[in-house]
Design a protein around this ligand. Structure first.
Ligand code: FAD
Length: 454
């Protein structure tokens, strides 16, 4: 990068806020996916909105691409700086600005890590519900509209962000959204930025909607012989009027890996993990027996269950760090992580199709079943072109099937690089409107270029 630009960046951010070091650039060249890394020319570390605005204005005036970066846990190449230029890392913007307990809200800078935020909020009896598992930042969660195991009850990131401060392509700063719990005022620009992966503007601060921490818990682990019995149970629980706080499907291969990696002795069969929240443990008892009935009607062969926070922790422990267990079991191989979602009534069809499509591959099927979201982790070697093309073909077939079933090419991981070629099929002429919006918000095409559009 031009020495003159580096000098100007250092004037804005100080020497410590600008790095061209090889190891720092390497760290920011990839996410957690198999997509090809690209080194940015420089990594910058702003401390506030004004820093971001001045850097973006400099980039705009000099036609330099700029890619926002949370902690790089994306799975579709979303933060890879494919056209090099500036990578903007928000680790220096990690302040909680205001806690408004009485309004169930918190104002944060976007570099805050949501797990740390939730630890802090627990002192107030509150939490920010979207839970993508990895140690993601609020900025990265907004970028990808992340969700997680509790989305089935509490919503995705888009449901829990009320207001954001955004730096636009030329450095101008706007605030969109409202602190009011409802509003019919104008176009929903706040929602437009959420899930736009840094392609429309750079979010610097956010007002998040919080939820009171639940008091009562009950959890179940239900084991089935056939996948269809597990997925039918999902449909029946969801359509029975119950509101699970989490409902996860894991196929028998995932259970086998967990047993092997962690020395467990769980049934290596299709399994559902469920969690329900209530105002008291006592009040959850009738719900527990209702869910048990549904499981048994669907030929559940084993049921472990419990009421209370300790029981919930015991039953869910095995679900954490599933990806890590799978990776550890296949040293030297890379994961391709598929992510589709379908209407609930199509969930059984989708899982059945997937099990067939990945035959012959080293594949693990699991997902946020209550949201119709399903993941497949296929472990293989991207350098073995013949093998990897089979993996990519399965991914393609699975996404196309999800679209045929009126679903979406990505339930939560976003478009990034990996899902760009499905957008035309999913959105048709709607994609042209998206491109017009992109051109309006980013006339020079400098904001996280190479994403969304081919
Ligand atoms: C083990 C594992 C499990 C996961 N499980 C889930 C899951 O259950 N659900 C889920 O949704 N995801 C999941 N993910 C994916 C990932 O963790 C989430 O998408 C997460 O939100 C990314 O956050 P990040 O801070 O790492 O952001 P990054 O990956 O660094 O960035 C994400 C996107 O947001 C953009 N961005 C970052 N900051 C800003 C900003 N300030 N303004 C505008 N754009 C910005 C980036 O350019 C990029 O496009 C998982 C990942 C891993 C590795």
């Amino acid at each position: 990068m031009d020495e003159k630009i580096l000098k100007e960046l250092r004037l804005i951010l100080g020497n410590e806020g600008v790095s061209t070091g090889q190891s720092v650039r390497e760290l920011h060249s990839h996410d957690e996916s198999f997509h090809t890394p690209v080194l940015p020319d420089v990594v910058v570390f702003p401390k506030n909105t004004d820093d971001v605005s001045r850097v973006v204005r400099l980039a705009y005036d000099n036609d330099i691409p700029i890619t926002p970066w949370g902690v790089g846990t994306s799975l579709e190449g979303n933060p890879i700086p494919v056209q090099k230029g500036i990578c903007m890392d928000f680790q220096g913007m990690d302040k909680v600005l205001a806690i408004r307990k009485e309004d169930f809200q918190v104002d944060v800078q976007v570099g805050v890590v949501y797990k740390e935020l939730n630890k802090m909020l627990s002192r107030y009896g509150l939490f920010f519900p979207p839970d993508p598992g990895a140690a993601a930042t609020i900025g990265g969660m907004i970028g990808n509209n992340a969700s997680g195991i509790r989305t089935v009850r509490y919503g995705a990131t888009k449901d829990c962000v009320m207001k954001i401060k955004v730096v636009l392509y030329n450095g101008d700063i706007i605030e969109v959204g409202s602190r009011a719990r409802k509003s019919s005022s104008g176009y929903n620009l706040c929602a437009l930025f959420i899930g736009s992966e840094g392609t429309l503007g750079i979010v610097t601060e956010a007002t998040l909607k919080l939820t009171g921490l639940p008091i009562g818990f009950m959890a179940l682990r239900a084991v089935f012989t056939e996948v269809i019995d597990a997925t039918d149970t999902v449909f029946q629980v969801m359509s029975s009027g119950l509101t699970p706080a989490a409902m996860e499907f894991l196929d028998g291969d995932v259970m086998a890996v967990l047993n092997k990696d962690r020395g467990l002795s769980l049934h290596e069969k299709p399994t559902l993990l469920m969690e329900f929240h209530g105002y008291s443990d006592e009040g959850l008892k009738p719900e527990l027996s209702f869910v048990e009935d549904i499981c048994r009607e669907n030929r559940c062969i084993f049921l472990d269950k419990g009421i209370g926070a300790a029981e919930r922790t015991r039953l869910w422990e095995m679900r954490h760090l599933t990806l890590e267990s799978i990776k550890r079991s296949h040293p030297g191989l890379m994961p391709l992580i598929m992510d589709v979602a379908v209407p609930l009534s199509r969930y059984s069809d989708m899982v059945g199709y997937i099990k067939n499509a990945v035959k012959g591959l080293t594949a693990y099927v699991f997902g946020h079943a209550g949201d119709g979201n399903i993941h497949v982790i296929v472990m293989d070697d991207p350098k073995d072109r013949a093998r990897w093309s089979l993996v990519e073909k399965a991914n393609e077939d699975i996404v196309l099937k999800a679209l045929e079933l009126e679903g979406t090419c990505t339930g939560e991981h976003g478009v990034g690089i990996g899902k760009r070629h499905f957008l035309r099929i999913e959105h048709g002429e709607g994609l042209d409107m998206m491109k017009k919006i992109k051109d309006l918000f980013d006339p020079k095409g400098l904001l996280n270029p190479g994403k969304f559009f081919l």
